[in-house]
Design a protein around this ligand. Structure first.
Ligand code: EPZ
Length: 421
């Protein structure tokens, strides 16, 4: 067994081009959706991330055949042999719970480990289960396993008390092959939902309204194979934007992106004085001005994304003035603040709000990533901190950032990955 760490030195201004990879949070539900189809699916632009490998491990463990060739993936779920994913593997990623909707849709029943909480909150699945119940499923919980059973899954009408991304996706997955029509109200409108709906419709499904707060799924009898391309990762793109903003004098172009997916990040970053130019598939970030701190409130899409909260906090640690960050989506997403304060930041937390007072500079020390985006925030802080920063627990970062050290070195950062037995 070994631990890996990043060793990062204070960066000279970043410059050049970063090519964004396919979206982790679009690929995961799309892989679950492949379970609904008995013909071969071809996917392009699939990111090479540990979360994707775990989802593929779960699918092949159920009997699927998968063949990866770089960013291209062929998968066929014709010979699925059982509907109980491997218990230990499902616990590695929360997104494994998306298999519930797909297995329910294909087989009418499944048994899934109850997902655990993680570094950012309790992460309940009550809204997922509310949707399945509305479609006629019976649900029981025994020995940590959620048993979901429906004699014949029929379309239902569900109001989501919170526009949960996962619940919206899971209910769509269960509804694709159900009898009749399913209506989901107050659903999530994230671009990843649109990518999932487009993929399902390419297979012959009938999902309408994705991207709005009301989605209708007309059940169909069967699906056929298709070829699809995963959308760009808007959070990876936003993370590189924040890194360029954090290192004064940077002039970075982020390509292979859909700029309107990042409009809240573009607007808020512009408020800090960073210059941003957008093209049809790129965003240019120029940070020659000093950063002026601003206020951030995370909200479901199209509000400011919770997955960019930590990175923005890191940026504001050395900005002028104070900024208030309100985290309204998760109840415990400031775990990383203690690590930033160890680097010399001045951040005070009060419940779901944090006040960051800009300091003159950060200084490098040993820190640990507490979750995926916290890890990205620590890298952002390390790029601007005096001296050297050592970041532990970087397996969190590998979950969502493909080839991050290669991409950063290519734009001028000094980052090394070391392995300790
Ligand atoms: C997805 O998680 C993303 N993960 C998260 O990205 C992202 O932060 C989140 O959406 C919000 O945008 C994937 O897409 C794989 P939610 P998800 O259900 O679906 C509460 C990353 O860094 N809730 O929208 O789990 C929940 O507790 C990850 O890539 C219920 O109360 O998010 C939370 O407070 C982190 N009951 C809020 O909704 C439920 O049944 C948002 O959760 C479901 C959720």
């Amino acid at each position: 067994m070994y631990n890996e760490k990043f060793i990062i030195k204070k960066a000279a201004p970043l410059s050049g081009t970063v090519k964004v990879s396919g979206s982790k949070n679009a690929a995961l539900p799309i892989l679950a959706a492949a379970l609904l189809c008995e013909e071969e699916i071809q996917l392009e632009n699939v990111p090479n991330l540990s979360d994707i490998s775990v989802m593929l491990e779960l699918l092949t463990g159920l009997g699927a055949k998968a063949e990866r060739n770089g960013k291209n993936l062929k998968i066929c779920c014709k010979s699925i042999t059982n509907n109980v994913p491997d218990y230990e593997t499902t616990k590695k990623i929360r997104a494994s719970f998306l298999l519930a909707g797909a297995l329910l849709g294909r087989f009418g029943s499944c048994s899934m480990p109850m997902p655990g909480g993680c570094g950012i909150g309790l992460r309940p699945v009550d809204l997922h289960l509310k949707g399945f119940s509305a479609m006629g499923a019976k649900i029981s919980l025994e020995h940590g396993l959620v048993h979901i059973e429906a004699q014949n899954l029929t379309g239902g009408s569900i109001y989501l008390d919170f526009p949960s991304v996962g619940a919206t996706e899971n209910i769509i997955l269960a509804a694709v092959l159900a009898e009749g029509t399913t209506f989901i109200y107050n659903c999530a409108t994230e671009p990843e939902i649109v990518d999932l709906a487009n993929f399902i419709n390419l297979m012959g499904g009938k999902v309408e309204g994705a991207g709005t707060d009301s989605i209708t799924v007309h059940g169909v009898y069967g699906l056929h194979g298709c070829k699809s391309r995963i959308m760009p990762d808007r959070i990876e793109a936003g993370t590189y934007m924040l890194m360029a903003a954090a290192v004064k004098g940077s002039d970075l172009t982020i390509t292979n992106i859909i700029p309107q997916h990042l409009s809240p990040v573009i607007h808020k970053l512009s408020e800090t004085g960073v210059q941003i130019i957008t093209g049809d598939n790129y965003i240019k970030v120029n940070s020659k001005n000093d950063i002026r701190n601003t206020d951030i409130k995370t909200l479901p899409y199209p509000g400011f994304p919770t997955d960019m909260q930590a990175q923005f906090m890191a940026l504001m640690t050395t900005g002028s003035g104070s900024g208030i960050i309100r985290e309204t989506v998760f109840e415990n997403r400031f775990m990383y603040v203690a690590e930033l304060n160890r680097m010399g930041a001045d951040i005070k937390i009060d419940g779901r709000s944090a006040v960051v007072n800009g300091v003159h500079r950060l200084s490098g020390t040993n820190v640990k990533a507490t979750d995926l985006r916290a890890g990205a925030a620590l890298i952002t802080a390390a790029l601007m901190a005096e001296g050297t920063t050592e970041i532990g627990e970087i397996q969190h970062i590998d979950r969502g950032y493909e080839n991050i050290e290669e991409k950063l070195r290519a734009i001028g950062a000094d980052i090394q990955r070391i392995r300790e037995e």
